[in-house]
Design a protein around this ligand. Sequence first.
Ligand SMILES: Nc1ncnc2c1ncn2[C@@H]1O[C@H](COP(=O)(O)OP(=O)(O)OP(=O)(O)O)[C@@H](O)[C@H]1O
Length: 283
Amino acid sequence: MSTSDDLVGGNVDPWLSVSEPYQPDPPGHESDLTHSVQIRDVRKAFGSFHVLTGLNLNFVDNAVTTILGPSGTGKSVLLKHIVGLLEPDHGEVVVFGQNIWNVSERERQEIRKRFGVLFQDGALFGSMNIYDNVAFPLRKHTDKSESEIRKIVMARLEEVGLTRAVNKAPGEVSGGMKKRAGFARALVLNPSVVMFDEPDSGLDPVRTSLLNDLILKLHAEHGGTYILVTHDIRTARKVSDYVGVVWKGKLIHYGETEEAFNSDLPFVRQFLSGDSVGPLGMD
Ligand SMILES: Nc1ncnc2c1ncn2[C@@H]1O[C@H](COP(=O)(O)OP(=O)(O)OP(=O)(O)O)[C@@H](O)[C@H]1O
């Protein structure tokens, strides 16, 4: 277990030194939880810039965990480590019980197939219509027939309310529709872990709320470990079972959602209330 001093790399930070220590598992849940995704003391630097500085986090299976933190604090870098797109300089990323950098590239690719990822803009192929975009992972990674693929794709598009947009190009649909199409595509291989990188970016508050409802609905129907990165505090409060707060490359708080919103940790309190007064400034 880290102490508040470890949280700032050994420097005593007056804002953090009053905090409760970081708990690797939510209190009271240590023995009955399993963790498909474990981040163990992960450090990552780009040149001399240290982005992740010893991040530990066991994501709770079949729960929705949101990662919050200021811009540039390493949240997307963390997601890229989880899917094996970035290799840590130090520490381990253990996914489904395997250190993903102790396996072959081929095995890593197999592990990746168990992830669904929704990028900010849906990351759709502009040259394919919505149907083909959603069908793409099935055509690439399975040997299902076109009629089987059609059943799956249409069921997913129905769930996200896009059956009438199947023939449209991504450029012809709204930002919210692109995200829903990206969501359908992320779910098409029945992933065990679904990750969302700022699913609400660029959406108005109503579309954000509708997308959040959809996340909750599909999680309730299909289960899975959902990991979200967002700046939207309302999204975090609405969809999350657990909240992790990252600052200066470390996890400084992790716990059930209401616990995070009632935290006494000055940084967490400031960040979740959007207050201008506190340890977080403009730098
Ligand atoms: N491949 C890379 N090469 C060099 N620097 C990188 C690379 N990837 C990320 N960074 C840097 O790492 C830092 C953290 O980036 P990251 O995108 O993870 O932040 P974030 O917390 O997701 O921010 P935001 O909330 O603004 O999206 C940034 O300063 C970014 O410029």
